[in-house]
Each structure stands twice: as C-alpha cells, then as structure tokens.
Design a protein around this ligand. Structure first.
Ligand code: NDP
Length: 448
C-alpha cells in the first residue's frame, strides 16, 4: 500500500470514530497529510499501528460541575480533561473556560499539544481540558465557586507526575489560584500540579509573558533566516488577552509597530502604534476591569471596527492571537494582497486549512501554532522544573531558556522540512519533527 493510501485509510478510520467533531478532524488531517513522506520511509510505524494509536486519547474524562451563583441558584456546567498522550512525560496542556468549549475543540487542542510539547525539547506529554463555563460577567465569588467545584472532580485525575494543567482562554492567574487552593485543600499536598501559578506560591517569572514573547522570538528566527529584522515592521495582532498583550510588548522591544487588537466584539486600528503606555491601559482594561476593547478606541481616539477582525489592515507581519479558525481564505488573500510576508500563530489553529495553504503556496514566512506558540508550554515546563527543585530562577535565566527553546524549535522545524525536501515549509517541518519524536518513543514503550 502506498503511503498516501495508508494515510487516507487511517484518516477514514478516525473520521468514523469521531463523527461530529470538525475541529478535531481538521487538526488530525493536517498532521496526517504532513507526515506522508515519513510514512513512505518508516514502515515500522505502520506495523505498530502508530497512526491510529496517536489519534486516540489515552483517557477522556467528562464530568458534571454544579455550583451556586450569587443569587443562590444552582448552575450546572460540563467539565472535561483529555489525557491524550504520555509517551514523552506527564500529560500537559491548558484548561479553557469558554461557552463554545466541547469535546471536538478540546480534542483538537489536546492532539496539537502532543506535537507542540515534543518540539519544546522538554519531558511533557499532551493533554487539554476545560469547561463550557463563561467567566465573562461573573463575579469573583461565582468564578471561585465554579473553580472549586471543577477541581473537586478534576483533582482525582491529575498530579505533579501524572497530569499538570495550565491556563488557556478564560483561565488566567485568578482561576489558577482558585483551583490550586482547592486542590491543596482536598489532597493536603503542595506540589507543582498546575502551572501559571503566582510568584509567591510556586509560579515562574516570565510564564505570563512566555507565549507572546515566544511567538515573537520564533518570528524573529524566521526573519533572521532571510537576513531581515523587526525594525520598522508594521504588525497586526488579534485578540487582547494574555498572548496578544505580551506579543505586543516584545514587538515594541524589537522595534516593530503593532497597530491592531481585537476581542469577540470587534477590532481597533491605531496607526500610530500601541506603545508601552497604551499597552498598560490594555492590561488594566482586560485583566482588571475586564472591559471591551472598544474602550481603547474611545480613550485614544482611533478607529473601532465593530464585528470585524483586523486582517484588512495593511501590515508586514500578522500575529493571530485570539482563537481557532480566525483567518479564513478571504482573510489570507487580503493579507497577502496587502503585502504581509510573515504570519506567526500565537493562537491555536487560527488559520483555516485553506488559509494555511495560501500562506504555504505563497512561500511567506509562516510559523504554525504548534511551533510558534510553544513558548507558553515550554515555560510551564520550566515552572515544573523549578517546583521539583523547590528553587526559583531569575527573570533573565527563564527568558534566556525560553529564547533558546524557541530557537531550537525553529531549527528542528527548518531541518525536518529540508530533510524531507520541503525547504522553508515550517508547517510540514513542525508536524514531522514532533511526530517522529513521539512515534519513536511509543515504539520504544511497546503496545500500551
Ligand atoms: P485570553 O482569554 O487571555 O484571551 C483571548 C482573547 O481572544 C480575548 O481577547 C478574546 O476576546 C478573544 N477571543 C476568544 N474567543 C474568541 C472568538 N471566538 N472570537 C473572537 N475573539 C475571541 O486567552 P489567551 O490569550 O491565553 O489565548 C489566546 C489563544 O492563544 C488561544 O487560541 C489559546 O489556545 C492560545 N494559546 C495560549 C497560551 C497561553 O499560554 N495562554 C499558550 C498557547 C496557545 P473576548 O474577551 O471578547 O472573548
């Protein structure tokens, strides 16, 4: 059987088993298609049925999360944890709290996480979890009540050597704190069971900055490979949460100019650039007052585009940092037409398959999420190391380690792409380099 038919048959089997899960199937398809040249060479993977095994989570947990709101009413949400693959280490991946959360979205994220974590060079397996709970508009008391109930069930499945969740959309320092408090109370142990903790109780310096910084470091490596730099580059950024905020901070440090931000209501366009002072306003608006991005336009007198994404704005580089499938084919064509030559994905799977194809076909510098946004989980790995040693590294030490990891990820992707005759195609490079490492480890560990 040809490699192409083997891949097709495996994909059909995954489709059959996971009907009604479009995001998961989208993520699986991209990885399977990329690794065709590997399958052509490595029949041992086929004999050990690695393709089907890697697409099946080792464990899936789904549970009821009852909690009481401020009016005394009992609310019910659904909680999930997908423990996808532990070939390289304890399951590791974030928790997402958002009303759109379902099994398909968490499975796509957990699947991507396996290969992303493999690229970090650290010892971490892949997992993801979350809930359809919406923290927006809830009081601190309601968020705590929910987090405590969520952790009351989750705690029996996780542990510092088993499964170490972190934050994601809707889960920041506040939520990690409430969940950590409840874990400690139920288990009577102070261990590194969650990452993204506050500094006083086991968090790592640079963890909040890590995904955004890492995404810009990765982009910087793509630019350097072409003899270019960020100096004077105009950048569009979507989202206005954790990843977007620190992407802009690092872009400013490297001499670029970020001109957009967005949230689920719309985008702002500030041609003068979002400088440090304006960014401080965004951090206060989003992390403390939890307001809408429109207030930025009101405060600084720039354009607000209601219900629009920022991809129509002319730019040299784009940093999607909000959510999945936020750049469709039309958006990609607009970006390319307007002269965008670099896309570095801070969000997970922000480009639809058609958009990703357009970037690859046009041979622009394109950093796929599982490589470009791996700085967050890598620094979570560094937080785990510090917790295990009961020591804390300085800001400079962690930042240097993060920077070196992003350089290593870029090099692995570039080398794998070159080895398989796809010079410069970092999508293929990331999928191949991540897959081979996990598949080899699964072979070593037998049929488990
Ligand atoms: P936050 O919750 O801090 O911010 C998310 C931002 O994206 C908000 O501005 C939010 O707007 C916007 N957003 C969310 N959903 C949608 C939607 N459906 N349509 C339009 N805008 C939306 O999350 P993060 O910054 O942590 O995460 C952003 C992305 O980065 C996600 O894809 C996440 O998986 C990925 N990521 C995060 C990592 C991390 O370390 N935090 C690590 C690796 C990847 P609103 O407030 O209106 O909802």
């Amino acid at each position: 059987m040809s490699a192409e038919s083997i891949i097709q048959a495996a994909y059909e089997q995954v489709v059959k088993r996971n009907t009604g899960e479009p995001e998961f199937l989208q993520a699986v398809r991209e990885v399977l298609e990329s690794i065709e040249p590997v399958i052509a060479k490595r029949r041992d993977y086929v004999e050990a049925n690695i393709l089907i095994r890697i697409c099946e989570p080792e464990r899936q947990i789904m549970f009821r999360v009852p909690w009481r709101d401020d009016k005394g009413n009992v609310q019910v949400n659904r909680g999930f944890r997908f423990e996808f693959n532990s070939a390289l280490g304890p399951y590791k991946g974030g928790l997402r709290f958002h009303p759109t959360v379902n099994a398909s979205i968490l499975k796509f994220l957990g699947f991507e996480q396996i290969f992303k974590n493999a690229l970090t060079t650290l010892q971490m397996g892949g997992g993801k979890g979350g809930s359809d709970f919406d923290p927006k508009g809830k009081s601190d008391n309601e968020v705590m009540s929910f987090c405590q109930s969520f952790m009351t069930e989750l705690q029996r499945h996780i542990g510092a050597d088993t499964d170490v969740p972190a934050g994601d959309i809707g889960v920041g320092g506040r939520e990690i704190g409430f969940m950590y408090g409840q874990y400690k109370r139920l288990r009577n142990e102070f261990t590194g069971v969650l990452t993204g903790k506050a500094l006083n109780w086991g968090g790592s310096l640079i963890r909040p900055e890590a995904t955004g910084y890492g995404c810009v470091y990765f982009a910087d490596e793509m630019l350097k490979a072409k003899g270019e730099s960020f100096e004077g580059k105009v950048c569009t950024v979507s989202g206005s949460g954790n990843v977007a905020q620190y992407t802009i901070e690092k872009l400013n440090q490297l001499g670029a100019k970020a001109v957009t931000l967005s949230d689920s209501n719309g985008s702002i366009y500030d041609p003068a650039g979002i400088d440090a002072e304006k960014l401080a306003f965004v951090l206060e608006l989003k992390n403390i007052r939890r307001g809408r991005i429109k207030e930025y336009a009101d405060k600084f007198g720039c354009e607000y585009m209601e219900g629009k994404r920022p991809w129509g704005v002319k730019c040299d580089c784009a940093f999607p940092s909000a959510t999945q499938n936020e750049i469709d084919e039309e958006d990609a064509k607009t970006l390319l037409k307007n002269g965008c030559t670099l896309v570095s994905e801070g969000a997970n799977m922000p480009s639809t398959p058609e958009a990703a194809e357009a970037f690859v076909a046009n041979k622009i510098m394109y950093g796929p999420a599982k490589a470009a946004n791996a700085g967050g989980v890598a620094t979570s790995g560094l937080e785990m190391s510090q917790n295990a040693m009961r020591l804390a590294w300085s800001r400079e030490e962690v930042d240097e380690k993060l920077h070196n990891i992003m350089i290593a990820i870029h090099n692995q992707c570039a080398e794998a792409a070159e080895e398989y005759g796809q010079l410069g195609n970092l999508v293929m490079g990331a999928n191949i380099a991540g897959f081979v490492k996990v598949a080899d480890s699964m072979l070593d560990q037998g049929v488990v």
